[in-house]
Design a protein around this ligand. Structure first.
Ligand code: ADP
Length: 167
């Protein structure tokens, strides 16, 4: 598996699947979720609404992943996953690792070869970047996925530097 770090906007990545750090409602939020829905257009939200009306009536549980169309993004699919909110009193790293593993499992099911990940949970959900980078890189490296091109798309230079040091 080829692992690449990129500084930039995940909505501009030409890959088979873009991973979205969604919230469990699947109905949109801020951060990377807001950017994906803005750039991808209403088709993504329409599919998310269908998921809520069907199998995910109670929302997508933390640590799980589900795919929709990528709408107008230069990708084929968006894989939505719900990261855990960081907690100082409880170790939720297993749930954060699960986001990466489950997203890759869904990508394999779709037959995706290339996947772009944001730094899940490191924005509104407050996960420290260095620890998030350690979990992200370790999990993806050892997941045993068929996906052979994984790109971490870091929004700013600071996040990129943290991932680079960890890699
Ligand atoms: P969470 O709720 O999982 O913390 P956020 O979207 O708030 O999700 O943030 C996750 C990470 O994504 C943060 O490091 C944030 O800086 C970054 N981010 C925000 N917008 C984009 C974007 N367009 N492309 C890539 N990363 C982004």
């Amino acid at each position: 598996m080829k692992l690449t770090l990129v500084q930039g906007d995940i909505t501009e990545q030409r890959v088979d699947a873009v991973v979205n750090a969604a919230n469990s409602s699947l109905l949109g939020g801020g951060g990377v979720d807001g950017a994906i829905h803005r750039r991808g257009g209403p088709e993504i939200l329409a599919e998310c609404r269908k998921l809520r009306a069907g199998h995910y009536g109670r929302g997508l549980p933390t640590g799980q992943a589900v795919a929709t169309t990528a709408g107008r993004l230069p990708a084929r699919w968006v894989i939505h996953t719900v990261g855990p909110v960081h907690s100082a009193s409880e170790d939720r790293s297993g749930l954060l690792a699960s986001c990466y593993r489950e997203s890759l499992r869904v990508a394999d099911t779709l037959g995706a070869c290339s996947v772009a990940f944001p730094a899940i949970s490191t924005g509104i959900y407050g996960w420290p970047m260095d620890d998030a980078a350690r979990i992200a890189l370790e999990t993806v490296r050892t997941a045993g996925a068929r996906v052979d091109d994984v790109r971490f798309v870091l929004f700013d230079a600071a996040a990129y530097a943290v991932f680079e040091a960890r890699l």
